[in-house]
Design a protein around this ligand. Structure first.
Ligand code: ADP
Length: 415
């Protein structure tokens, strides 16, 4: 019977992880195992005990007694030292007993320590009105119960700590996002100014026709262009993060869109001796409701990555098909590049996530293993998600010798 009651009490305690609730629940369960007249559960903070919950006290007393000071030689100190229950048969005979003013005297007292990892971190104190009302059995049962209470309290504490750590992290993440957004905005203005002046300079005949100055100016312009792109990517990702991405939906032909992306990268493909094929099936895909500017960015980033992570001489193939069951279209971007280890398949879609070493970065947009800010796939996923689609990668693994390649899939509903 008692074993059952203990087990039941333990199960009940496991139901809550809320530190504001658990102490009270402990006392409500304890009374079913060891009946008491009054009871408090306290947690230890240095040399004081803070009362977490009470039962059986008159209202006026409850509010008054929040902490109990542990004194040399008293029952609390004794429990901490011995880690064992302490029983007082008659508090009137106990020298130095701390009576609470205005509180009816209960003669018997039983205290049990709440222990975790060999340390007393709390106590349960119980009273009964009569002299010698608690027995050895009560002490034993209350101790057994206290070990279950200890688990429940520790779990609730840990959960509380985890929760507040999580909230702190969320706050920090928000601060970081704000910082990134403000910085990106601030950078855009001077970038535009520099680019504008560089273009003005480039149009001057003296400079345009000067074979020494012209390449330098072109270098500045390419660099500015790249910086602009990165700043825009950062702003895209902050928009996606704060869920303010607005879709302007129109009937969109993904075939056209993919052709435009392929065309855009033609110079880079040539420079890197890569071929890019667009499968015939793509042109035959049905129109979908989509934001074509945003969707362009999805394929832009996927093709740019395919170029970046494929050694010179490789192939990139874009293909697609329509599914009639769900109705949806699926487009794949396949490359013969270095591939991606399965452990990274999900993480690469997180912002700022990169598989390689940051120190190996080169700044070229389509240079082999050029590396970037780690935003392309986060943007692609954000946009695809906003269209209720899905994006994922298949790759046998990462190997720069054998180049197993990667295939990115984009699935979009046809609405
Ligand atoms: P970035 O290219 O700027 O680093 P992305 O978000 O576009 O950021 O990609 C994240 C990471 O995923 C890259 O750093 C790279 O390690 C990996 N990755 C993306 N596309 C490919 C690909 N086609 N082949 C191999 N690795 C890729």
């Amino acid at each position: 019977m008692l074993a059952e009651a203990l087990e039941h009490a333990g199960r009940e305690l496991g139901r809550s992880l809320d530190m504001r609730e658990v102490p009270g629940r402990i006392l409500d369960q304890l009374v079913t195992v060891v009946p008491y007249a009054r009871c408090s559960i306290m947690l230890e903070y240095g040399d004081v005990l803070k009362i977490e919950a009470q039962r059986g006290f008159p209202e006026a007393q409850r509010a008054k007694e929040v902490t109990v000071v542990i004194r040399e030689g008293d029952v609390f100190e004794q429990m901490i030292r011995t880690r064992r229950p302490v029983m007082v048969e008659d508090v009137l005979q106990e020298p130095g007993w701390q009576f609470v003013e205005g509180l009816e005297v209960h003669r018997s007292w039983l205290g049990v320590p709440v222990i975790s990892q060999d340390q007393v971190f709390g106590m349960i104190s119980m009273t009964r009105a009569d002299v010698a009302a608690f027995g050895e059995d009560d002490a034993l049962l209350a101790s057994a119960f206290a070990s279950q209470a200890a688990i429940a309290l520790q779990n609730a504490r840990l959960y509380g700590e985890l929760n507040s750590a999580y909230q702190n992290l969320e706050k920090l993440d928000q601060t970081k996002s704000n910082f990134i957004e403000v910085t990106a905005h601030e950078l855009r203005t001077p970038l535009t100014v520099i680019k504008g002046y560089a273009q003005v300079l480039g149009a001057l005949p003296d400079i345009r026709d000067n074979p020494q100055v012209k390449p330098a100016l072109d270098g500045i312009l390419t660099g500015m262009q790249r910086m602009h792109e990165i700043v825009n990517s950062i702003l895209d990702v902050t928009k996606i993060d704060s869920q303010v991405l607005q879709l302007a939906l129109h009937p969109t032909n993904v075939g056209n869109l993919v052709e435009r992306v392929a065309h855009h990268f033609q110079p880079d493909l040539e420079a890197r001796h890569l071929t890019l094929q667009v499968g015939d099936a793509i042109a035959a895909l049905p129109d979908i409701q989509a934001d074509s500017d945003l969707l362009y960015k999805v394929f832009y980033h996927l093709v740019m990555n395919a170029i970046k992570y494929t050694p010179d001489g490789g192939n990139i193939v874009l293909d697609g098909w329509a599914e009639t069951v769900a109705p949806a279209i699926e487009v794949t971007v396949r490359d013969t590049g270095i591939g991606i280890d399965p452990e990274h398949h999900k993480l690469i879609f997180e912002k700022f996530y990169q598989t390689g070493e940051v120190s190996l970065h080169s700044s070229g947009r389509t240079k082999f293993k050029g590396g970037g800010p780690g935003l392309g796939l986060a943007i692609a996923r954000g946009i695809v998600d906003a269209h209720d689609g899905s994006i994922w990668v298949e790759s046998a693994g990462h190997d720069e010798e054998t180049c197993p390649g990667s295939t990115f899939h984009v699935r979009l509903p046809v609405v």
